[in-house]
Design a protein around this ligand. Structure first.
Ligand code: NAP
Length: 249
């Protein structure tokens, strides 16, 4: 069991997949979880399920790509919660395509949703953490941000950017005991990867590059993320944790 002392966490992309698993795992550890997603339905369902099973959760529909919307949401949350101790920047999208066919819209949407969102949320929520001299920030990067991936120039650039942001902010916030780390998942079974996982030929090709020869589960990512958010991880900052079945060795 990990230690959390009256902590509140905000998890983006908590409506489905990896973010949902992170929200549920933190809630099981007694953390109050603010579940953010784009649609009110998905974060609402996750928060309701957590509450129904005895946990503490609140749902909040915010487009994380919209800096003004994030600023407004953060202001309201900081008025409602005395502290938000943990921030998990997990919301993300893909708009894959080879560079010559990639539109500016696809580039901008991926950069704004995956990378700029981390800047917006951290800018608003990290200051109270630094004042409280305790905080945990985890950014959900990707194996694509470490190795690159043909057809994912926008996504790889956003995820590599998240790693740079993680390392810079780890240095900025270290003196206030606010840690900043990144998790880099490989291929995890969620809505984002359904079309690959459910296509036997594509799945077999992908698994050739995965030493553990299986796709990951959302829980594999949630477990590492919960650890990085816990009291026990207080001496770890600026690190990138690959959870990818050995892909990026
Ligand atoms: P997913 O199943 O597609 O879920 C994405 C979540 O992000 C959803 O809850 C979605 O909200 C939310 N979201 C997307 N755009 C948003 C926006 N503009 N504003 C607010 N919320 C938004 O994805 P996943 O597979 O769990 O991925 C989670 C994270 O892990 C992403 O950052 C992804 O890049 C990263 N990752 C995933 C894999 C993988 O294999 N699955 C591998 C490496 C990295 P709605 O529910 O409202 O649509």
């Amino acid at each position: 069991m990990l230690t959390f002392t009256n902590r509140t966490a905000l998890v983006t992309g908590a409506g489905r997949g990896i973010g949902k698993a992170i929200a549920e795992t933190l809630a099981r550890h007694g953390v109050t979880v603010i579940c953010v997603s784009k649609s009110a339905d998905s974060c609402g369902a996750v928060a309701a399920a957590i509450t129904a099973s005895g946990g503490k959760a609140k749902a909040l529909a915010v487009d994380v790509a919209d800096g003004a919307a994030v600023a407004k949401a953060a202001e309201q949350l900081l008025a409602e919660f005395p502290t938000i101790d943990i921030l998990v920047n997990n919301a993300g999208i893909t708009r894959d395509g080879l560079l010559f066919r990639m539109s500016s819209d696809d580039w901008d949407a991926v950069i704004q949703t995956n990378l700029s969102s981390c800047f917006h949320w951290t800018k608003h929520l990290a200051r109270p953490m630094t004042r409280a001299r305790w905080g945990r920030i985890v950014n959900m990067a990707s194996v694509s941000g470490i190795m690159g991936n043909a057809g994912q120039a926008n996504y790889s650039a956003a995820k590599a950017g998240m790693i740079g942001l993680t390392k810079s902010l780890a240095r900025e916030f270290a003196s206030r005991s606010v840690t900043v780390n990144a998790v880099a998942p490989g291929f995890i079974k969620t809505d984002m990867t359904t079309e690959f996982v459910n296509n036997p030929e594509v799945a077999a090709k992908i698994l050739e590059a995965v030493p553990l020869k299986r796709f990951g589960e959302a829980a594999d990512i949630a477990n590492v993320t919960a650890f990085l958010c816990s009291e026990e991880a207080g001496y770890i900052t600026g690190q990138v944790f690959s959870v990818d079945g050995g892909m990026a060795m």
